[in-house]
Write a protein that binds this ligand. Sequence first.
Ligand code: G3P
Length: 496
Amino acid sequence: MAGTGVFADVLEGDVYKYYADGEWKKSSSGKSVAIINPMTRKTQYKVQACTQEEVNKVMESAKTAQKSWAKTPLWKRAELLHKAAAILKEHKAPIAECLVKEIAKPAKDAVTEVVRSGDLVSYTAEEGVRILGEGKFLVSDSFPGNQRTKYCLTSKIPLGVILAIPPFNYPVNLAVSKIAPALIAGNSLVLKPPTQGAVSALHMVHCFHLAGFPKGLISCVTGKGSEIGDFLTMHPGVNCISFTGGDTGIAISKKAGMIPLQMELGGKDACIVLEDADLDLVAANIIKGGFSYSGQRCTAVKVVLVMESVADLLVEKVKAKVAKLTVGAPEDDCDITPVVSESSANFIEGLVKDAKEKGATFCQEYKRDGNLIWPLLLDNVRPDMRIAWEEPFGPVLPVIRINSAEEGIHHCNASNFGLQGCVFTKDVNKAILISDAMETGTVQINSAPARGPDHFPFQGLKDSGIGSQGVTNSINMMTKIKTTVINLPTPSYTMG
Ligand code: G3P
């Protein structure tokens, strides 16, 4: 159970502690931040409201710890990560319980998130050993005007202190996708979890603590964004920020100093459906892509662009599947669970009302109870409706009828976002042409958008992000190239 057994140190009274210098601590602020259960809308957990002074201390320890960590052999770093991965998986049940209670993730998906995270940590350890154990060797005579008098050796060195800010929808998985690459590459890591999801993240961090990482190498500070948000992202001790979330990322990118940024800020993933598509496959993917975790995924299908000639049939098939979705408590493993907060539910409702006023066809009756919104398919959506462009981050999916693939591509590319997209057709040549024309970081052919498997590159264009993620790209992003050049007094050529 959360906060008990091996996790007992994380909790004192009814407030979870923060993690600094290898210890679980109470904030000197004496204040806490409440985490509201999206289902009951009552306080589920409380976490420490850390102060700026505490952030300063964490940054100092992170800097010191990183210096010796960078001198720790790569195989030893990997060994500790493997250990953390095993502990994480061993304790999947209490961590999943937190995910259910604080972000209303359906029980089965919550367990999957923890297991996937353990696998990600192990894979990162293995990949790190391979790619960080290799460098390059260059010789000078390949560049015009040079003799072979210079030997250049390149290696990848750590950046220093990485600040990781994951989102509420994957507080464990999108935290470890930043922590593991940072650590294997020889960096230290400061984690600022989202408030909804903070307790899951604290439990995950405890698994790293139990694995025996050095003091100060990993820290986790909780608290109000207004108090420590900007203070963290603008802190001079931070050497790199890896952020996943909403448009706060745009503000961070404007304020952060001259440091590398890795950002994923959401999407409006389009699903283009051509006349020759397998409509049963499309319908199944629209349900999975549009409604899993109640649409609260950056990579959710967020607009269906279907050819008019097959639209009626597709809408009927999707409607039939929507009718079968279960709606209710995450503990009961329902398909549709409450969205994360009341303000989120209000925002979604605003989009629905706008679509209603402008004449969208409601395939189901709009229904809401607290944060719980019943799945809704909106047909005949037009570009003047907000839902055509904005991310609901909820179980509401617009369908726009198109008359050509070009029209679909045009709608997709007119979005500020460019995370992923998908195209359904049996004609692979058409699929490739459409994929090439779509201004998104990834295009899935005949499947819904998704980030995983976690070693695949994952990136967004335009407002969807900066840089690329996925295990290998994240390790590389959290390193810098260092070169050493050996200058010879006379040219030297290796003989065959
Ligand atoms: O919303 C976060 C984004 O990274 C989605 O991940 O695994 O649901 O495709 P996934």
